[in-house]
Design a protein around this ligand. Structure first.
Ligand code: AMP
Length: 218
């Protein structure tokens, strides 16, 4: 399964829920890059410049990373891709990879919300630096300012969630990733999901869409 949609639409949150429901791994390329940055691996050092600028990491690096991740045994029963593919070249590489491993894509979920809502969600987003629990300054604030309710860790803002970088990330999405929706629609795989509302409602729409034939989605 592939989750497509602009930054801030809730792909990561929904991917984690789907991963639990279907007991298959969730593979978030953004998460993998952020870990590599934290651990200062050569890939992390190379990716950081692009991430901080709100730009996509080059295709060869990203495709290599996904190829390697999909070699792991835990993906044999299926997987959820969150944030990959994001370019036409990545989509072609994924097709080849899936074909080579005698797999197939079941569904591509395109989650959408209004652009102004995306900016609000992203710029207000805070994460616990210790346990990664997500918060939002307005819609899901912590009880004490800047402190995680769960573990007491400090809340931080992702370096690419400041308004200027958010606008660049949304622009990258429109130019490079949005065209993939047509590619997957033509392949008969695309399911459109309304990403407005709370996490549970969006998840319910996804579960309904996964059961409906293509074309009859929320
Ligand atoms: P995300 O957490 O999905 O918003 O990703 C954070 C950042 O990681 C993006 O702004 C890109 O710089 C990089 N990134 C994540 N996935 C990809 C991808 N499939 N292709 C290129 N860059 C990516």
């Amino acid at each position: 399964m592939v989750l497509l949609g602009p930054p801030g639409v809730g792909k990561g949150t929904q991917a984690r829920l789907l991963s639990k429901t279907f007991r298959i791994p969730e593979i978030g390329t953004g998460d993998i890059f952020r870990n590599a940055v934290k651990e200062r691996t050569p890939m992390g050092v190379a990716a950081k410049t692009f991430m901080d600028a709100g730009k996509l990491v080059p295709d060869d690096v990203t495709i290599g990373l996904v190829e390697e991740r999909l070699r792991a045994d835990d993906t044999k029963g299926g997987f959820i891709l969150d944030g990959f593919p994001r370019t036409a070249q990545q989509a072609t590489a994924l097709d080849a990879l899936v074909h080579r491993n005698q797999l197939h894509l079941d569904a591509v979920l395109e989650i959408t919300v209004d652009p102004t809502e995306l900016v609000r969600r992203l710029t207000g987003r805070r994460l616990c630096a210790v346990c990664q629990t997500p918060y939002h300054l307005e819609s899901a604030p912590s009880r004490l300012p800047d402190t995680c309710d769960r573990c007491g860790g400090p809340l931080v803002q992702r370096p690419d969630d400041d308004e200027a970088t958010v606008l660049k990330r949304l622009d990258e999405y429109e130019r490079k990733t949005k065209p993939l929706t047509e590619y997957y629609r033509a392949a008969g795989l695309l399911k459109a999901i309304d990403g407005n509302g709370d996490v549970e409602s969006v998840n319910a729409r996804i579960m309904a869409a996964l059961q409906a034939p293509v074309g009859e989605t929320a």
